[in-house]
Design a protein around this ligand. Structure first.
Ligand SMILES: [Ca+2]
Length: 243
């Protein structure tokens, strides 16, 4: 595929956009992936889809490849941790396509959402902090996504007892999901919310910070190796599907 001409590339780009609009419970970012898997969550008078996993390096790269977005409209306020600091020459580190995207500030996550909204014709945005907490804690208001008992091996938090010193590939803790199967709401990477707070805690903090009720207010201009996000897709009618 590396030898594709520019015409072929344009054709492929067109196909990419068509495939995105075919389904809303799996967004296809390219004909053969990557895909963003979505899960429907009833909420209030309607509901929304939320991504099953944190947005990955591979999924974010499709956006920057397609748009040439470089984050310079909102530079990171921390000069030592600029936009996509871990990428080299536009590529994520080898074999880390399924790791959560990081080194993004709030504006960089919004740029991704706005791009996906434009391509799909649907409202794609960050979860609000209330929506996020509803997904993580459920109607029973669980303390952790899986229940009320702390378990050091059900999420990626501080230390290596969970098997990871730093971030883990998304979906590495199948015993730490919500009943609906949403992964990594506790730990791995902090998740930016629409209300400009971070939720879920990162791979370097302890049990208090990964609780479903914990919020952290942060400078929205700051990117960091522990800041990432997931998306929600808003639908007009409850349980509507486009398939
Ligand atoms: Ca997380």
């Amino acid at each position: 595929m590396n030898s594709c001409t520019s015409t072929a590339h344009n054709h492929q780009e067109e196909n990419n956009l068509n495939s995105i609009t075919k389904s809303i419970d799996t967004l296809s970012l390219a004909p053969n992936g990557p895909f963003i898997e979505l899960v429907f969550i009833p909420y209030s008078s309607g509901g929304f889809y939320i991504s099953k996993y944190e947005i990955t390096n591979e999924q974010y790269k499709v956006f920057i490849d397609s748009t040439k977005y470089d984050g310079s409209d909102h530079p990171s306020s921390k000069s030592t941790e600029p936009f996509l600091n871990h990428f080299k020459n536009g590529n994520y580190p080898v074999k880390k396509g399924d790791y959560p995207i990081c080194y993004v500030n709030w504006w960089h996550t919004k740029a991704y959402c706005n791009w996906l909204s434009q391509k799909t014709g649907k409202t794609v945005r960050l979860p609000t902090k209330d929506e996020w907490e509803h997904v993580a804690g459920g109607l029973e208001k669980r303390i952790y996504p899986w229940g009320n008992e702390w378990d050091p091996k059900r999420c990626n938090w501080a230390g290596s007892i969970d098997g990871y010193k730093e971030a883990a590939p998304v979906g590495s803790f199948s015993n730490g999901t919500t009943p609906e199967g949403i992964h990594d709401l506790a730990g791995n990477i902090w998740e930016w919310c629409e209300d400009r707070v971070l939720r879920g805690g990162p791979w370097c903090m302890g049990p208090e910070n990964v609780k479903t009720t914990y919020s952290s207010k942060e400078d929205t201009d700051r990117a960091d190796d522990k800041f990432g996000f997931r998306i929600v897709v808003i639908i007009e009618k409850q349980r509507e599907k486009l398939k």
